[in-house]
Design a protein around this ligand. Structure first.
Ligand code: GRF
Length: 200
C-alpha cells in the first residue's frame, strides 16, 4: 500500500479525485492518504480531508519569516508518517532544493499544460494567448527546477476558437482528475522507473 502525503493550498479538486479513486476506484487497496498538509488555513481542501476522515495539518506559510523553518515543519510531519510519495495538488509554494533533495524522486505534481510548454502560473491563459491549438495536463516528478522534472503522464485537449480561460481550464481540469490518480496507480504498482529524463 503506497502511503501518500498530499500538499495543497486551495480548493482541492485534484485531492478529491485521489480520495474518490482510493475509496472506490483505481487506487482502492493500492494507496492511502496518510496526511494532507496545507500552507493556507482557509483552503477548502481541509474540509474535503475532514469529510473523509483524513488527517490534515496546517503549516501557515505566512507565519514564517524563514522558508527553511517553514519547510522543516513539513519535512518532519512527512517523515513521521513514513510516506512513500508526496503529491502536490494545487500547492502554490515553490519547494526549496533542500526539500526536493530530501525526498528525491518521491514528489510528483500536476500541471495544467503540456510541459515543457507553459511552465509556471496562469498557464491556461498563456496557452490561449499564444494561440496553441492543443493544450492539456502533465503529471511529472518534481526536481529542483520549476515544472521541469521527468514526465509520467500527459493528456491532450483541444483549444477551441471560442474558448475563454475558464472554459479551457475546465476542459483541462476534467483530464487532470483522470491522469493524477492514474499516475499514482502506476507508481503504486511499481511500473514507474526513471531513466535519465525519461519515465519508463
Ligand atoms: C490545478 O489546475 C493544478 O493543475 C494546478 O493547480 C490547480 C489546482 O486545482 N497545479 P485544485 O486545487 O486541485 O482544484
Amino acid at each position: 500500500m503506497l502511503k501518500l502525503a498530499i500538499l495543497v493550498s486551495g480548493r482541492g479538486s485534484n485531492l478529491q479525485s485521489i480520495i474518490d479513486q482510493i475509496e472506490s476506484g483505481i487506487l482502492k487497496g493500492k494507496a492511502q492518504i496518510a496526511l494532507v498538509i496545507s500552507n493556507n488555513p482557509q483552503a477548502y481542501s481541509l474540509e474535503r480531508a475532514k469529510k473523509h476522515g483524513i488527517e490534515s495539518l496546517v503549516v501557515d506559510s505566512d507565519k514564517f519569516k524563514d522558508k527553511a523553518q517553514y519547510e522543516a515543519q513539513i519535512i518532519l510531519a512527512i517523515k513521521q508518517k513514513n510516506v512513500d510519495l508526496i503529491c502536490l495538488a494545487g500547492y502554490m509554494k515553490l519547494l526549496s532544493s533542500e526539500f526536493v533533495k530530501t525526498f528525491k524522486h518521491k514528489i510528483i505534481n500536476i500541471h495544467p499544460a503540456l510541459l515543457p510548454a507553459f511552465p509556471g502560473l496562469h498557464v491556461q491563459k498563456k496557452a490561449l494567448d499564444y494561440g496553441v491549438k492543443f493544450s492539456g495536463c502533465t503529471v511529472h516528478f518534481v526536481d529542483e527546477g520549476c515544472d521541469t522534472g521527468p514526465i509520467i503522464v500527459q493528456t491532450v485537449v483541444p483549444v477551441l476558437a471560442n474558448d475563454t480561460e475558464e472554459t479551457l481550464s475546465a476542459r483541462i481540469l476534467e483530464q487532470e482528475h483522470k491522469i493524477y490518480p492514474e499516475a499514482i496507480r502506476r507508481i503504486a504498482e511499481g511500473q514507474v522507473k526513471i531513466v535519465g529524463r525519461r519515465v519508463m
